[in-house]
Design a protein around this ligand. Structure first.
Ligand SMILES: [Zn+2]
Ligand SMILES: [Zn+2]
Length: 758
């Protein structure tokens, strides 16, 4: 029925509608439109009973004027009985645990910023100010439903002034669960790197260290940050040395947007995300010739930037005018640390002091990292403000399913009722810390959703910790191929079921045939896939060593193309990177297939080309080769290199020869980078022409390459082209893809067999 003419209606809203100020918003709109009735959180979503002349305007307002962090997935309006209500009220929740999306952490909102700056406000300069539009959520929740008693704020008793705001439906802080003030809230502390409390104003103590070029740890929303002066080479170098982080770029926090724009060139789209309600790290183009330390992001032209998103970060910038490095407090790719004792024990030698407070972080969460290509979000790391991410599914699942993801950029995903929930970034598995965090995240999800998963899905790689974990549960479990899972993740985000032409380009994953895949073209739907193409496999000389040393991949590509003696006499940066006897030894390994596993990985091909083109010969971090090549890409016209496709197998040996010839010319890097991206586009074009009726779906870490993504959006448009925006395009989505497979392939309840071990 249509709501337009109805006086009495019942509205049911599903989506992200808890802990985001949705009910007070409904209350205010009800007052504005003279609606009587009530709003209540229920296990089926937010239910609103509305009576009055203006119900149509009221419904329209609910749909269009949502609070910044709310998201409506579905809204139904039906007629209801007439009833007498005096005014409009917010009723107590009847909310069960497994019902709705978990509320997400938000960056400090403009209204709270203004109060923080107002000397007459009782929260003037208060480092824990928040309201229903902003502040911590997921990171402080022990169990849902989201009420103060089930958060780490339960230890702080509200003062009468805070309580009055908390219980006033007209207040911006009505049911703002972390509400507090200087009289009743958490307290700041400063201690040295052994945990000894220091006397004095904690923020002043932190500032004086930062001004001296020292490193501090600061307790943020989902963990500690390590911070230092981003304009000081010696501070940044010390941080890199102490943290054992050689060249991987560091994120930089700026005082204001104006300051940020002096250091980075940003588009309007990028600006929206930088100043928005989440304030993730956004990878943008760095300006040249600033006073930023060149050690922040060596040899690349991009930089990860963000603005202060907690009131405490904002306090730091009150009295310094230089940008600050703000990187997750951890050791290399381990999980972010959330306890002071961990900082002291594990990073005591890294930091010179700790700016701390007594509001406990319950759920660790890194900052999210995004990038924009053609105005679209490319999610690089699922984190604060985005995770856990809930996708609605059309049918209610008969069983609960847990998907354990891959190994690097680990995340997990839970299928419960009609929701699919993807966790935040856990890290690279394989260390005690990361594996522990992985297990804690599983426990958190089970607790949050009162879930006892009966089906477990995992990668095919037998050595992954996540695979072994699934097998050891002794529950029914199933392995989903890694690259198929990439395509499924893309399909899951867009709710696709029909056949797609999938391009899964990434590092390396375990193939159905036991080989290392990574440049795969497949026709896939929710029930299976056919691999219709791949890169011609090449040898990774020395196995894992080739991942750190692209020159080994380049050499293997040269061996495919030329006889050994010719390789030795080539004028190429690859040959210059070895001694002649090393080349002979590696050739022996290559020809005898000793420690030279074959791979069809596109990510490794990027590395190999980065070496052939003389961009880089050994890597300090994953993806470095592609990023260094990208900094040479310009908008000049570029012809693809030559390649052959035989029965779906892409043979690039002609390309290798063409690159070798180019490297003998002066300044060939721009041309090589442009033409290589054009070559990847041409490969995709080749297969899309063969299957013109199929939509394209892409997934895998290679699509983190911004140039490639921009050209793909431009070439294939939005109509036939699907790339993830809300979920990570890299291995951070493997769990989601695995889950999407299981959701569509569970045995029916009466079926006793069917879903078995893969
Ligand atoms: Zn606020
Ligand atoms: Zn108070």
């Amino acid at each position: 029925m249509s709501a337009e003419s109805s006086y009495n209606i019942l509205i049911t809203v599903k989506g992200v509608v808890q802990g985001v100020g949705f009910r007070p918003f409904v209350y205010r709109e009800a007052l504005a439109y003279s609606i009587n009735g009530f709003v209540i959180n229920t296990p089926d979503g937010v239910v609103i009973e509305a009576h009055g002349e203006n119900t149509d305007l009221f419904v329209h307002a609910i749909k269009t004027d949502l609070p910044p962090r709310a998201r409506i997935d579905s809204i139904t309006v039906e007629p209801c009985e007439d009833a007498e209500y005096e005014g409009f009220e917010i009723r107590e929740s009847t909310l069960g645990g497994a019902s709705a999306a978990i509320p997400l952490d938000s960056a400090l909102c403009p209204a709270c910023e203004a109060e923080m700056d107002d000397p007459s406000n009782r929260r003037y300069r208060y480092p824990f100010i928040n309201c229903t539009d902003c502040g911590p959520r997921y990171t402080i929740i022990q169990t849902p439903p989201y009420d103060r008693v089930r958060t780490s704020m339960k230890h702080f008793t509200m003062c009468p002034a805070c309580e009055a705001e908390y219980t006033d439906p007209a207040s911006r802080r009505y049911h703002a669960e972390p509400i507090s003030c200087p009289d009743c809230g958490p307290q700041l502390h400063f201690c040295d790197n052994s945990g000894n409390a220091m006397t004095g104003d904690p923020v002043d103590l932190a500032l004086s260290l930062l001004k001296e070029g020292k490193i501090i740890a600061l307790k943020g929303l989902g963990g500690y940050h390590l911070m230092c002066d981003a304009t000081s080479d010696s501070a940044v170098e010390t941080l890199r040395l102490r943290k054992h982080r050689k060249a991987k770029p560091l994120a930089v926090m700026f005082r204001t947007l104006e300051q940020l724009e002096r250091y980075a060139q940003i588009s309007e789209e990028e600006k929206k995300h930088i100043v928005g309600s989440i304030k993730p790290i956004v990878i943008v183009r760095a300006r040249k010739d600033t006073d930023l330390s060149s050690l922040i992001a060596p040899s690349i032209d991009r930089i990860g930037v963000f603005l202060p998103y907690t009131p405490l970060h904002r306090r730091l910038f009150e009295r310094i005018d230089f940008p600050l490095v703000a990187t997750s407090a951890n050791i290399s790719d381990e999980p972010i640390l959330i306890r002071r004792s961990e900082i002291i024990n594990r990073l005591g030698r890294v930091v010179d002091g700790i700016l701390d407070h007594d509001r406990t972080i319950i759920n660790a969460l890194d900052d999210a990292v995004i990038q924009l290509a053609y105005g679209k979000v490319v999610m690089l790391r699922m984190g604060r403000g985005f995770a856990p991410h809930t996708l609605a599914h059309t049918v209610s699942l008969p069983k609960e399913i847990l998907a354990l993801g891959a190994h690097q950029k680990s995340t997990i995903a839970l299928g419960v009722k009609e929701n699919m929930v993807l966790s935040g970034h856990i890290g690279d598995l394989g260390s005690v810390e990361a594996d522990g965090y992985f297990e804690r995240t599983i426990q958190t999800f089970k607790r949050f959703y009162e879930s006892v998963p009966e089906y477990w899905v995992h990668d095919l790689h037998p050595a992954y910790y996540s695979t072994r974990y699934a097998v050891e549960t002794k529950k029914e479990h199933y392995g989903v191929q890694h690259h198929y899972a990439h395509i499924l993740a893309c399909m899951a985000e867009y709710g696709l079921h029909e056949k797609v032409l999938g391009f899964a380009f990434d590092g390396t994953g375990y193939g159905d045939d036991g080989n290392l895949w990574g440049g795969e073209i497949m026709i896939a739907d929710t029930h299976g896939y056919t691999r219709i193409g791949c890169l011609k496999p090449f040898a990774l000389l020395g196995g894992d060593k080739a991942i750190k040393e692209p020159r080994r991949i380049a050499l293997s590509l040269l061996f495919e193309r030329y006889p050994l003696e010719e390789v030795l006499s080539l004028n190429s940066p690859v040959i210059d990177a070895f001694l002649p006897h090393e080349i002979r030894t590696l050739h022996h390994m290559w020809s005898k297939k000793i420690n030279a596993p074959l791979s069809s990985s596109m990510g490794r091909l990027f590395d190999g080309v980065a070496s052939l083109g003389g961009f880089v010969q050994t890597l300090d971090y994953e993806g470095q080769g592609g990023m260094m090549m990208e900094s040479f890409v310009d908008e000049s016209l570029s012809e693809p290199f030559s390649f052959d496709v035989c029965e779906g197998v892409i043979d690039l040996s002609k390309m290798v020869g063409e690159i070798v010839e180019l490297t003998t010319l002066p300044d060939p890097k721009g041309v090589i980078a442009n033409r290589f991206i054009a070559t990847v586009m041409a490969m995709m074009e080749h297969f899309s022409i063969l299957h013109p009726q199929l939509p394209l779906a892409v997934g895998g870490g290679v699509f983190q390459n911004r140039t490639l993504m921009e050209r793909l959006y431009r070439r294939f448009g939005e109509k036939r082209f699907y790339a993830q925006q809300q979920t990570p395009i890299n291995d951070g989505s493997i769990a989601l893809g695995q889950l999407y497979y299981a959701v569509h392939n569970l045995p029916s309840p009466e079926d006793t067999g069917g879903f078995t071990n893969g």
